[in-house]
Design a protein around this ligand. Structure first.
Ligand code: IPE
Ligand code: IPE
Ligand code: MG
Length: 240
């Protein structure tokens, strides 16, 4: 029997290495993105089975807009397709689906699909699956600060309340408001960086890096990451 106190509440994954996976097989980068969707399915299933409450996935960064148009377009199309295909599974398995990021950049068609998928799963009480799209950590902090500044200028009587804000109060302005910070952040493909992901929310996350490329990251790999997490000693600056 597993010790449920050692199961992270929120696991987040920087899904990296699709292009290299395809290249190793002499195929186009896109082939790796398609195969990566299978890993999303496998990890979602395993996370739910293990009792993880939140699984978040970094699918497309603000910086990824700088990739060639064709890759961006095909990634967006893949996103629509995957969402459409997976919706029945979400409904069947009680999965709540959420997309977070700079939604303004996604376009009307994709946003309509996202809204539909989010609305139809919003009352489900199983695993919450969060996909970060057109997201970056610095953008998130900036949009929070801008919204706060707008509120302050609209209502000067709130000046002292805002002056006394705590870190918890400020967290409510991040796009992840209401979602616990990730306990574990996994990055695949051997890159040892955060690439501007969850800079605020990941302040005390345990980090797990693996050389495995995202399309090869399935159930067994997910379990290995959880096993490693279970061995970590989270001290939060204190002495134990
Ligand atoms: C991750 O795989 C998927 C996205 C960032 C959209 P990459 O496309 O970054 O694959 P590599 O890193 O080039 O192998
Ligand atoms: C990070 O991967 C973004 C996502 C996984 C969505 P990248 O492949 O874009 O990161 P860098 O460019 O290697 O830092
Ligand atoms: Mg990459």
């Amino acid at each position: 029997m597993e010790d449920s106190s050692k199961i992270p509440v929120h696991v987040s994954i920087i899904m990296d290495g699709n292009g290299r996976w395809a290249k190793e097989r002499g195929k186009e980068r896109f082939y790796g993105h398609i195969e990566g969707v299978e890993s999303v399915r496998a990890c979602t299933e395993e996370a739910a089975r293990k009792g993880v409450r939140y699984l978040s996935l970094f699918a497309f960064s603000e910086e990824n807009w700088n990739r060639p148009d064709e890759e961006v377009r095909s990634l967006m199309e893949l996103m629509v397709k995957a969402m459409t295909n997976e919706l029945p599974t979400f409904l069947k398995n009680g999965i709540r689906f959420i997309v977070l990021g700079n939604r303004e950049r996604l376009g009307d068609a994709l946003n309509a699909r996202i809204d539909d998928c989010m609305r139809r799963t919003e009352n489900q009480t199983g695993l919450t699956l969060i996909v970060f799209m057109s997201y970056s950590g610095r953008w998130d902090i900036l949009q929070a600060a801008k919204r706060l500044a707008l509120e302050a200028s609209a209502d000067p009587s709130r000046a002292s309340e805002i002056g006394n804000m705590t870190l918890t109060d400020f967290s409510l302005y991040m796009v992840t408001s209401g979602i616990p910070d990730p306990d574990l952040i996994i990055r695949t493909s051997g890159e040892l960086r955060l690439s501007n992901y969850l800079l605020w929310q990941g302040a005390y996350s345990e980090l797990y890096f693996t050389d495995v490329l995202w399309p090869d990251f399935r159930k067994e790999e997910f379990d290995l990451a959880l096993a490693e997490y279970a061995k970590r000693d989270r001290r939060y600056g204190k002495v134990k």
